[in-house]
Design a binder for this molecule. Sequence first.
Ligand code: AMP
Length: 304
Amino acid sequence: MASPLDICVVGSVALDDVETPAGKADNAVGGAAVYFSLSASYFTKVRLVGVAGRDFPRQTIALLRKRKVDLEGLDITSGSTFRWRGSYLKDLNQAETLQTELNVFETFQPKLPESYRDAKIVFLANINPELQLDVLRQVRSPRFVAMDTMNLWIDIARPTLEKALKKVDLICINEGEARQLSGESQLPLAAQRILKMGPGAVVIKRGEYGANLFTKDRTFFAQPAYPLEIVRDPTGAGDSFAGGLIGSLAKERSFSDAALKRALVWGSVMGSFVVEQFSIGGTARIPPAKLRRRFADFARFTRL
Ligand code: AMP
């Protein structure tokens, strides 16, 4: 089998304080790039671009290295790591941001090491769309580019976000953001509007209700979430989902609608593991047999 395509991811590296109905975690490792990298590392080689302060835990660096994540593009600099404080007490499907401290993230200018510039797949996690475009200027000839975004950028940087949308093959966003970006409340119509903005595929994440795929070729696929009885911490669900989704495409070396459907299942597998534990506890080490079993469960759940 041909080797999987490698992925370059750019995004936040964070320390989070999170409260959920199941408890709380302070100073917990987070950040979109970290969640994404760990998740995608079960499928292929991931090259991370981000910034952290010297307070970022060494054990996490060691864990990422152990999972063969390339950290040459992770700048560890003097100052404090980006901090996010959030709560899921009101709604498990929607984080309420209580506080953000940008710290070293404030002046982050992604710089791709030479060895990253030939990456065939790029994932632009949720960061300022100006920086997303900057990353795209640095990669040479990617075969597939995917992005995420958030309400903040839709509010304050729509023109730049629309420029980025023209350059990507897939956008992976949550339900509320899809409605906000498109101005449409019905998801199929929202997806059609977003497809017209550029990407060939739109993946809409719907928390415990799963995820929907819409493509330019009019493919529609509805993927349920794993019926978990306990969700301890939803933080990182979206990025771990994206890691499984993009990781699966990288492993298959295909971006066809059929490959995208399978990728949605893998996204759901990875999302289901991460929310079972606080922080990165759920995706730090997953035995391969456990991954395969959960994929098989999904196949069973969705067969008539
Ligand atoms: P999600 O997969 O959407 O739950 O992403 C969760 C991660 O996003 C958390 O670990 C946060 O540290 C990170 N995060 C929260 N707000 C921002 C932001 N404004 N920019 C970048 N990352 C953020």
